[in-house]
Design a protein around this ligand. Structure first.
Ligand SMILES: Cc1cc2nc3c(=O)[nH]c(=O)nc-3n(C[C@H](O)[C@H](O)[C@H](O)COP(=O)(O)O)c2cc1C
Length: 352
């Protein structure tokens, strides 16, 4: 039997073995830098309130991806506390984590690392390689497929096993999920309708909504009328994104009778909780899409103080409500149209 030998490095500190040039920490190697850029680009697909995409990414120096809030995109009337801005950024953070995991990168995340810099939301440091799991691949594959679907869902209920997985996905991100019970549906329905009515009575809200639903041609943010539906009788009304205009999608034949309405909630109501809620929202939506569900976030009942108090009451005091999500079996095979995203060059900066 013949054996082949490859030369082995001898553990002798005096022997200098020629190697490829050492790359000094914290400079990221090119593949890691590419993966960080790719993760930031994947995160552009994350859902955000009014499709504001209120974040910026910095790639490097070193194997680090930094997430910052873009407060120029803060909806000061609709979202005075910045809750929905941070939920949106948390969703982008989770999208980036999913993209890195699916590309085989192990990463450590530090959230809100600097109390003196509240816009510095998170750093993601790639620490090495890991084998992606089938679940990582499934979530990453759901990123380009996920869309907010404002059309009505059908009568078929969401399977109980899928709901269990959705709850587990949310809890794994440190947030909780309450499935609104049938006896609580009238409360959700009335609070949402009254909250929407109160907001529409406010000229400042109407102006903000108009600004983000009537973007100039070629704009790559905001909610286009193409993804809006007409107001129609249904279990819980969805926000009118085409006030005075023509919505691009028919609402469809259903009334959402099989839909599950779920409330993301947690113990406290601060920046750290909202960022985590956004990560949980992304985990919830991507898991739902991976299981064939259609999804739509719904924040009208959370935006003003008094509806949020009523939603806290609906939760029977177990926590602070962050966002409602409608989940259901889509009625047709045709997905809603994708809505635009900002130019990566405007959102992602490469530092050396
Ligand atoms: C925090 C948050 C709040 C949202 N609130 C609503 C809402 O009240 N009604 C609605 O139809 N969509 C809502 N959305 C969905 C966004 O409008 C949607 O994500 C955005 O327009 C991008 O479209 P896409 O999800 O299809 O990619 C919300 C999304 C987020 C992240």
């Amino acid at each position: 039997m013949t054996t082949s030998h490859t030369p082995r490095a001898v553990a002798d500190p005096t022997v200098r073995i020629p190697t490829t040039p050492t790359i000094e920490a914290p400079t990221a190697q090119a593949p890691t830098r590419q993966a960080l850029g790719a993760a930031a680009r994947a995160a552009l697909r994350a859902p955000s309130v009014f499709n504001t995409q209120p974040w910026r990414w910095l790639v490097g120096p070193g194997p680090v991806l930094t997430l910052r809030a873009d407060t120029n995109r803060h909806l000061v009337t609709t979202d005075p506390d910045g809750r929905l801005l941070l939920i949106s950024c948390g969703a982008a953070l989770h999208h980036a984590r999913v993209a890195l995991a699916a590309a085989g990168h192990a990463a450590e995340v530090v959230r809100l690392p600097d109390p003196t810099d509240p816009d510095l939301l998170a750093t993601i440091t790639v620490t090495g390689r890991r084998d992606p799991t089938p679940a990582d691949a499934a979530l990453a594959a759901a990123i380009p497929r996920r869309r907010t679907d404002r059309r009505a869902f059908g009568d078929e209920p969401v399977p109980a096993d899928t709901l269990r997985r959705l709850r587990a996905a949310v809890e794994a991100q440190g947030t909780s999920l309450h499935e609104v019970r049938i006896d609580q549906m009238p409360m959700l329905s009335v609070v949402t309708a009254e909250a929407a009515r109160a907001e529409l009575a406010d000229p400042a809200y109407r102006a903000e909504l108009a600004r983000w639903t009537n973007r100039p041609p070629g704009s790559r943010d905001g909610v286009p009328a193409a993804s809006a539906v007409p107001q129609a009788p249904r279990r819980v009304q969805v926000r009118d994104h085409a006030v005075g205009g023509t919505p691009g999608l028919p609402v469809g034949a259903g009334f959402d009778l099989g839909a599950t309405y779920a409330v993301l909630f947690g113990r406290a109501d601060g920046a750290r909780d909202w960022l985590a809620a956004g990560e949980a929202l992304s985990a919830l939506l991507l898991t739902a899409v991976a299981h064939g569900l259609a999804t739509a976030p719904l924040s009208d009942p959370i935006e003003l103080d008094w509806p949020r108090r009523l939603m806290r009451d609906l939760l029977a005091g177990v926590g602070e409500p962050y966002l409602v999500v409608r989940l259901g079996i889509p009625l047709g095979d045709e997905p809603p149209p994708p809505v635009p995203r900002r130019d990566p060059a405007d959102v992602i900066e490469y530092l050396t």
